[in-house]
Design a protein around this ligand. Structure first.
Ligand SMILES: [Mg+2]
Length: 413
């Protein structure tokens, strides 16, 4: 059997972990720049606030309900996610991390609901994040089971008998991997429920939905196509990106340098964390979509030989490229950096004309260590203005678990 563990309202749960006074109260988390709602507590969902909606559209409803809002605090969410995953891994062995708050794993066929409930209870007790666990014969069905689990004490074993009962009422749009376009297409063919989808003849399915549609049908029939562990392959991604919109547009080159500097620092840190170097790097600056300025979008690519993950090397090249694509008087809205063609760090063909330069490796190692210990951005390149590219995040909570100064104080009476 395949299990899927899914954290409930994950970002909200992370915030509540350090604000227990917010349990059972409406809480929502905003995207970067505090633009949209990206996580909702059950109380906010019950108010009818949809996922991804711009904050200003629901501000009144939320204020009236006395909701507490947070800016995204990814440093906190990543750390809590790592704790949840580590705990799950220690319980079930190999796990296939699917997203920041979900992981698949294998279970013996005779696992009982009590055993799964006990596993769930141990994760909650050790990390403090509420989770749901769905168990079924395939990944697609485990995903359905985890939805049912949320309505049923957090645990659901979707046996084939139970699934046969449910599939008449489950809509295709709720199935893992069935997107909006596919749903529209299916509806036009008169196919609304999973039972109808399963009944579709193979040639028709192949003709209209290709191999993916066929695989989904198999998975829904309880024939496993996507093995646990497949997700791990997706993780060895071939590019790393850091990009962000500005709160207000800017025509100032220094602002752009600061933003690019910030994004280079971000990707360089990730490269070193993954012990890889980049062959290619693109730098991009995008103007506001209003007016004719969209024609002025600029991007430039650099190829490194040998590949590198050194902040200074990446940064000096990025700033050079920026100066070639920057245009005066264009209101820029967004900047970003992408590194791709990633190779293992120790992989180096060496170049005949290798430059004799200061060893910047030590600086990077030291910077990473200091930022790890004292918080993100403690040591940064001089080109980065203080909070220059971080955008607005006025409601961000503290880095409770990763920064010495932010450790919460508890008073016992
Ligand atoms: Mg979740």
């Amino acid at each position: 059997m395949i299990g899927l563990m899914d954290c409930n309202n994950f970002f909200v749960s992370c915030e509540r972990l350090f604000r227990p006074d917010l349990l059972r109260k409406p809480v929502a988390v905003l995207s970067s720049n505090d633009g949209c709602i990206v996580a909702r507590s059950q109380e906010v969902k019950d108010l009818g606030v949809p996922m991804g909606v711009p904050y200003f559209q629901v501000k009144e409803v939320l204020t009236k309900a006395g909701a507490t809002l947070f800016s995204s605090n990814f440093t906190l969410y990543r750390d809590i996610s790592a704790r949840v995953m580590k705990t799950l891994e220690s319980e079930v062995g190999f796990i296939d991390v699917y997203s920041v708050d979900e992981a698949f794993f294998e279970l013996p066929d005779d696992t009982t609901e009590e055993e799964i409930a006990a596993l769930r209870a141990r994760i909650i007790a050790q990390v403090g994040i509420p989770v749901s666990i769905g168990v079924a014969e395939t990944k697609t069905l485990a995903k359905q089971a985890s939805v049912l689990a949320k309505k049923n004490n957090g645990v659901c074993i979707l046996t084939s008998d139970l699934w046969k009962e449910k599939m008449d009422t489950v809509l295709c749009g709720s199935v893992w991997g069935v997107g909006r376009q596919t749903t529209v297409k299916l509806r036009a063919m008169g196919v609304e429920t999973v039972a109808q989808y399963i009944a579709l003849p193979l040639p028709i399915l192949r003709q209209y939905f290709g191999v993916v549609g066929e695989r989904t049908q198999k998975e829904l029939q309880g024939v496993s196509v996507y093995a646990v562990g497949e997700g791990a392959r997706e993780e060895s991604q071939q590019s790393i990106m850091s990009t962000r919109s500005f709160e207000k547009t800017t025509t100032n080159l220094h602002d752009l340098e600061s933003a690019i500097g910030y994004h280079v620092t971000e990707v360089a840190e990730k490269l070193r964390e993954k012990k890889v170097s980049a062959v290619r790097m693109s730098v991009m600056i995008l103007p506001s979509r209003h007016g004719d300025f969209f024609l002025h979008r600029g991007s430039a690519e650099v190829v490194f030989s040998p590949p590198t993950n050194a902040t200074q090397k990446l940064l000096s090249e990025a700033l050079l490229q920026l100066s070639t694509i920057y245009e005066k008087d264009v209101p820029y809205k967004k900047a970003g950096v992408v590194v791709s063609a990633l190779v293992p760090e120790d992989y180096s063909t060496g170049t005949l004309f290798a430059e004799q330069k200061v060893d910047t490796k030590k600086i990077d190692v030291l910077t990473d260590m200091l930022n790890d210990k004292f918080g993100h951005g403690t040591v940064r390149s001089g080109v980065i203005l203080k909070n220059g590219a971080r955008g607005s995040a006025k409601l961000r909570s503290k880095e409770y678990t990763t920064r010495w100064g932010d450790i919460p104080t508890v008073q016992a009476k």
